[in-house]
Every structure is written in structure tokens, then in C-alpha cells.
Design a protein around this ligand. Sequence first.
Ligand code: ZN
Length: 223
Amino acid sequence: MADFRTHLSVAAGGGTLLALVGWQADLWTPGEALSVVGLTALGGILPDIDADNSHAVSLIFTLLAVLAVVAGALLLSPWLSLGALLATCGGLYIGVRYGLSPIFKHFSVHRGIWHSLLAALLCGLAISAGGYRFLALQPGFAWAQGLAVMLGFLIHLLLDELYSVDLTGARLKRSFGTALKPFDYREPLNSALMLLMVAGLVPWQPSWSALGELLAQGSAFWR
Ligand SMILES: [Zn+2]
């Protein structure tokens, strides 16, 4: 398996490429392009969320906690006083950073369900729905953010597979085929649950025509 630094830098590189294309095609402002880089990099480390005891895990949960605080502050600020808002955000941070991670560790196997295309789809759809519904992003840009996470995720899975091929002797290590898979065959129940979550996110997505438009603009740029 590729190490944490490789994952982070390759995904950030892929995100930069994507951001440059979108910026050149006049789809995004520089600030928006920067958030695309960040989300691709996040996608590039997310699959290792189930690795026991890694750098990735603590960094991922710190990032998720920061995201939760930003979303919480944006959503709740019209309703709460400053003191209550600070307390809530502090609770959110601690809950996500220190509460969620042991639960995760308990229920997941490394290179299990989170190393799959289904998980990439789930995370991408969660980001696009969240950005569109909670942060009121434009439909096309919300889709772009979801796609950025999926791209980072795919880069991670591909890297893991590449590293399981012994490049000098072209022998396949035993881990070959465990990273890039449609879903986790060994955990049919959890995979079914994940599929249900994906289906549940579908009605919350921005309009599909906006996705079509974004992809058409992106492909027109290459022609
Ligand atoms: Zn991995």
C-alpha cells in the first residue's frame, strides 16, 4: 500500500490539475478552484479512514471535525447566541474528532468497505448534497465538489493497487485486488447498507442537468 504522504501529494496533484482545467474553462473563481484542490486531497486520504492507528486516521477525523464546525457555525448562527454557538461548535469538534473515530475503528476492517467504488460514490454524493442543501452552493459547483472527492478517492484506490504490483518483477502481491473493487464482497451486509445510503442521498442531489452541463463544459475544454 502506498504511504500517507504519497496518497496526499498525488491526490493534491490530481486536484490541482482538475482545478486548473475548471479555472481555465472559466467554471470557477480561484477561491473555488482552491476548494476543489482541498476536497480532492481529502478524498485521497479518506479511504484510509479505517486503517487502525495511522496518521491518516487522526488527520481525517481532525479535518472532518473542522468541516463539522464550519457547517455547524454556518447553519446555527442565525438561531443561537454567541455563547451557545461556541459551546455547540466545541461539542461538535470533540464529538467528531474523539467520539467518532473509536466507533469507526471498532466497526471497520482495513481495506474493507471503504476501499471500494461504492464508498467513493457515497462520499462524493454526500459532499455534493451537503454543499447544495446546507451551504447553498450553485448546483454545478456542488457537483464539482462531489466529483473532486470522488476523483481523490479513485486516485487513492488506484495507488493502493499500483503499490501491490511489484514493479521490478511484475509479481502481484497478495493485496492485489483488495483496494479497487466495486463493493466489499466480504461484508455483504455492510455493502448493502452503504448502497441504501447512496440511494438515500440521490433525492438530495443538485439537478442532474447541472451535472450534465458541467461534464459537457469539462469535455468541451479538452476538444
Ligand atoms: Zn488505502
